[in-house]
Design a protein around this ligand. Structure first.
Ligand code: MG
Length: 452
């Protein structure tokens, strides 16, 4: 073909249509346990979430990056360990801080890609205007900027308080109304709806329609209202013809607190035992994610940013990510993947590492009163020797097999030693401080002390 002919052919050929970036709906519950959904073995019926699982993929080893609220959200929205992004602990209304301003959120990336973006629900990454969702990539915000047990319980629209003490009973239906309205308004262009529910974090409340409905107490009623809300969002997608171009994901920020079930896992919110950090994860995208699969592969909420960025064509942040793109798992191309050891932090303290079926515990909080007042409360203590659990044969971390598998212990210890220098100074200081504590009292009842 002559050059002139070639140019004529290529000029007249229609441009190959790039696949439209999918809409993304990310529903995130607060303190919902691994065992709280019907599809994860709960006695509380959750038919809409069970349908979401049946029409998509359900993970059985999916992790929040932290066992409490604010750090979990920081990891979800940045794809990085929360200790890297300035969020080591839960924020309170008196705090003047938030998610580090130089971090990019998933909403920032999608907004730059042309998405309409909205956050409906509990934010908890800083309540001052520069930290609120509307300064972090979201066009719109409606919700309570922190937990429902904190005061004043402001309900914000954008950055303005529309209620000084949000009425607890109607929170879920109001969030649902906002979410459905956003979908309706933006059905013609790609959108990102981030819906971090306030519940089932305490204090619990359900609307009149759901009170007493579950026959499993108020916690069950609250869960059923959350399940109803998911059903309403799915119905809005269907009604607007958006099912085939919308990726819906569902998860939780940490394990259950006072009520709720971690399933057969050990531990609850605030602990780095599995019950504190392993959470439900469901993903559905008809035609793209095969229906009815259950995956045992290890996934993390930190994986969602790189995965969604890849699907939407959004540019990744300049800073290195800790999450990995799990689209090959979601789409059914792969059943499992290899990844670097997953680290479990609480506050600045690195407490565990997981690789394949193995989990090594190297530190743990103790509730001893420690040292002279006012330095009381939780203290991180090094486990000497560390404890090793095989999470497939021993899911509730009951049988320490470190003595039987010294090579596995050494491998995980060396991975921790290699990873630590890449973390902020606070993490390394916490590690040294823990190391300096005596964790082997010789007399029963003697409190741990600082060595030397
Ligand atoms: Mg929480």
């Amino acid at each position: 073909m002559q050059r002139r002919q070639f140019l004529a052919v290529t000029a007249s050929a229609p441009l190959a249509a790039a696949p439209a970036p999918p809409n993304v709906v990310l529903i995130y519950c607060d303190d919902l346990g691994y065992g709280d959904l019907g599809c994860y073995g709960s006695a509380i019926p959750t038919p809409n979430l069970d349908r979401l699982a049946a029409e998509g993929v359900r993970f059985t080893h999916f992790y929040s990056a932290n066992p409490v609220c604010s750090p979990s959200r920081a990891a979800l929205l940045t794809g990085r360990y929360p200790t890297r992004v300035g969020v080591s602990r839960v924020f309170f209304p008196a705090d003047k801080v938030g998610l580090a301003r130089d971090e990019q959120t998933l909403a920032d990336l999608l907004k730059a890609r042309g998405y309409a973006t909205m956050c409906v629900g509990k934010w908890h990454l800083g309540h001052l205007p520069e930290y609120l969702p509307t300064s972090r990539g979201f066009d719109e915000y409606f919700g309570i900027p922190y937990s429902n047990d904190m005061n004043p319980r402001l309900m914000l629209k954008g950055t303005e308080a529309v209620e000084q003490q949000a009425v607890l009973e109607t929170i879920t239906p109001r969030y649902t109304e906002q979410a459905v309205g956003f979908i309706e308004r933006n059905k013609a262009k790609p959108f990102f709806l981030y819906m971090p529910h306030t519940y089932p974090h305490i204090p619990l409340a359900a609307s009149e329609r759901f009170r007493g409905k579950s026959k499993q107490g108020l916690y069950g009623d609250v869960l059923q209202e959350l399940d109803w809300s998911v059903g309403e969002v799915l119905a809005a997608l269907k009604k607007n013809g958006l099912d085939k171009n919308t990726l819906v994901m569902f998860s939780s920020d940490n394990g259950p607190w006072f009520q709720g079930s971690p399933g057969k896992l050990r531990g609850r919110k605030g602990q780095t035992y599995e019950g504190g950090v392993r959470v439900p994860f469901l993903a559905r995208w008809p035609g793209k994610i095969p229906a009815g699969r259950v995956l045992d592969a290890i996934g993390s909420t930190m994986d969602l940013l790189p995965t969604i960025a890849g699907l939407s064509g959004a540019k990744l942040p300049a800073k290195p990510l800790d999450g990995v793109d799990i689209w090959p798992l979601l789409s059914g191309q792969k059943k499992d993947h290899t990844r670097e050891a997953l680290l479990y932090f609480d506050n600045w303290d690195l407490q565990c590492a997981r690789l394949g079926p193995w989990k090594l515990h190297v530190g743990r909080y103790n509730s001893f009163i420690y040292g002279p007042a006012p330095s009381t409360g939780r203290v991180n203590l090094r486990l000497r020797p560390p404890e090793l659990y095989h999470l497939v044969t021993d899911p509730d971390e009951s049988f320490d097999v470190a003595a039987k598998f010294p090579d596995i212990v050494r491998d995980l210890e060396s991975r921790i030693a290699k990873a630590l220098p890449g973390f902020p100074a606070e993490v390394q200081k916490a590690w040294r401080d823990t190391d300096g504590r005596d964790t082997a009292p010789s007399e029963p009842g003697r409190l741990p002390r600082i060595k030397g």
